[in-house]
Design a protein around this ligand. Structure first.
Ligand code: NAD
Length: 488
């Protein structure tokens, strides 16, 4: 009905400092109700072309500003987002299905911090200089922004991950065309409304909404976009690599994971259990860094399992806007079905489900009956070769298995195609160092999880990615270096 369509939120692309409508739109769902509540531009080549043109036109002026001038603008933008933190958090929770608590305490504060962090770090980089006195030469390096950066982000941490790219890209003097996930575009659109007030010149940040196949690929294939920073699945990264190859583009790829937790029998379980619950189920298990293979040393296996399952059952699943809820809705009906199918496959292979999907019943509030909810699920008696132990599930599902020796567990932990993050639990410092060194993983947390210093490299090994992001790493990715030699 007209009344219904009027109530829908309609997003527009943001190109050259202006909101522009699109000729066609995609429906976007509220995952906690199953209702269509928003329409997202279904952009393609034409819209990407306009955005790249605007970004190109803005590059000469933006790239010639001093780091301090750009830094001040980034800080202003951080302040403006922080001022609207509650509105952003509400929007992120509604659009993505995550709990309001998570959006308030993790997503939006981190988006604010991304701008503050790069506003600061851009002021502190130095270049190199060496001397060759015997031939009367000195050499130095100089760094300059590359040009128009293409930024593509996923749906799990929408504004958090998009700003993790926009902030370093523009801090370095690049201009950008960003494409958020078509499933979670609202907070990026809200941020566009603040750019002018922050002092971001027209064309420096352009946002084109739409699908990966149309808008994403048009950006990847555009000859005037020399670098692409992508966060998403390994499959999409392979396609992006192929499509960008004819242009020899610079790529940063942050991809999936199948992250192990290794729990030795000298671990402090009072710390380990609550943290491993969070690392398994936070944000519905929809974080690339989430644990989904828990290796527990045999001596404490039954005790760990008993306590872990008892605690998992206490996690409250329901309306994401209820501040007492721990688990919100998964992103889509399709994704929920996919996550559920893994549990079924495990059962068909002889694994046992100790709690959650298919075992416990899920009571949802009246308004959320058609939402995409699932209980935290713990699987045991599953073989290392099983798809549940090999493939990224990206939902509130974790497998728990026993191990005997350090040597054995390192080999088993490394026996997947991914290498993003790992956690190691032990009170033996020597063991912690030994194991951390041998794990094939871009990040290793010991006796903790998800504590990040943005100064240091973030990224994955093997199928989990190419390149690293962080203060120095992002600076290097978003700038082109030149070595200059002077003879006197
Ligand atoms: P996805 O690969 O389906 O989509 C990611 C983005 O790429 C979206 O914006 C999508 O529209 C776009 N896209 C899809 N096909 C494209 C194409 N052919 N060309 C250009 N762009 C295209 O991933 P997703 O399902 O949105 O996100 C979940 C995945 O992201 C998981 O695998 C997760 O592990 C990964 N992830 C990784 C990190 C990390 O930092 N390593 C962080 C968060 C999520």
């Amino acid at each position: 009905t007209m009344a219904h369509s009027k109530a829908l939120l309609v997003l527009e692309n943001f190109i050259a400092g202006k909101f522009v409508p699109c000729s066609s739109y995609i429906d976007s769902y509220n995952p906690s109700t199953g209702d269509v509540y928003c329409r997202v531009p279904d952009s393609g080549k034409e819209e990407v072309e306009a955005a790249v043109k605007a970004a190109k036109a803005a590059f000469p002026i933006w790239s010639s500003k001093s780091p301090l001038e750009r830094s001040q603008i980034l800080n202003k933008l951080a302040d403006l987002i922080e001022h609207d933190l509650e509105a952003f958090a509400q929007a992120e929770s509604k659009d993505q299905g995550k709990t309001i608590t998570f959006a308030r305490t993790v997503d939006i504060p981190r988006a604010v911090y991304n701008f503050r962090f790069f506003a600061s770090s851009i002021l502190h980089h130095t270049t190199e200089c060496t001397e060759m006195a015997t031939v009367g030469c000195m050499h130095y390096t100089s760094r300059a922004p590359v040009g128009v950066a293409g930024l593509i982000s996923p749906w799990n941490l929408p504004l958090y991950l998009l700003t993790w790219k926009i902030a370093p890209a523009i801090a370095c003097g690049n201009t950008v065309v960003a494409k958020p996930s078509e499933m979670t575009s609202v907070t990026a659109w809200m941020m566009c409304k603040l750019l002018e007030k922050a002092g971001v010149p027209h064309g420096v940040v352009n946002v084109v909404f739409g699908t990966g196949a149309k808008a994403g690929e048009a950006l990847v294939c555009h000859p005037d976009v020399p670098l692409i920073s992508f966060t998403g699945s390994t499959l999409t990264a392979q396609r992006i690599t192929e499509k960008s190859a004819p242009h020899c583009k610079r790529l940063s790829l942050e991809l999936g994971g199948k992250n192990p937790a290794i729990i030795f029998d000298d671990a402090d379980l009072s710390q380990c259990i609550p943290t491993t619950l969070r690392s398994s189920f936070a944000n519905q298990g929809e974080i690339c860094l989430c644990t989904s293979r828990i290796f527990v040393q045999r001596g404490i296996y039954s005790e760990f399992l008993k306590r872990f399952v008892a605690e998992a059952k206490k996690w409250k699943v329901g309306n994401p806007s209820d501040p007492t809820v721990d688990v919100g809705a998964l992103i889509s009906k399709e994704h929920l079905e996919k996550v559920r199918s893994y549990v079924k496959k495990a059962q068909a292979e002889g694994a046992r489900v100790l709690c959650g999907e298919g075992v416990d019943s899920l009571a949802l509030p009246a308004g959320n009956q058609k939402g995409y909810f699932m209980l935290p699920t713990v699987i045991v008696e599953v073989k290392d070769e099983s798809c549940c132990m090999q493939e990224e599930i990206f939902g509130p599902v974790t497998c728990v298995v026993a191990f005997d020796t350090e040597e054995e567990v390192i080999e088993r932990a490394n026996s997947v195609k991914y290498g993003l993050a790992a956690t190691v639990w032990s009170s033996n410092v020597g063991r912690v160092h030994r194991v951390a060194r041998r794990l094939q993983s871009g990040l290793v947390w010991t006796n903790c999880w998800l504590i990040r210093d943005l100064n240091l490299p973030f990224g994955g090994m093997k199928a989990s990615g190419i390149g690293r992001e962080g203060a120095k790493d992002s600076y290097e990715f978003f700038t082109e270096v030149k070595t200059i030699t002077i003879k006197h």
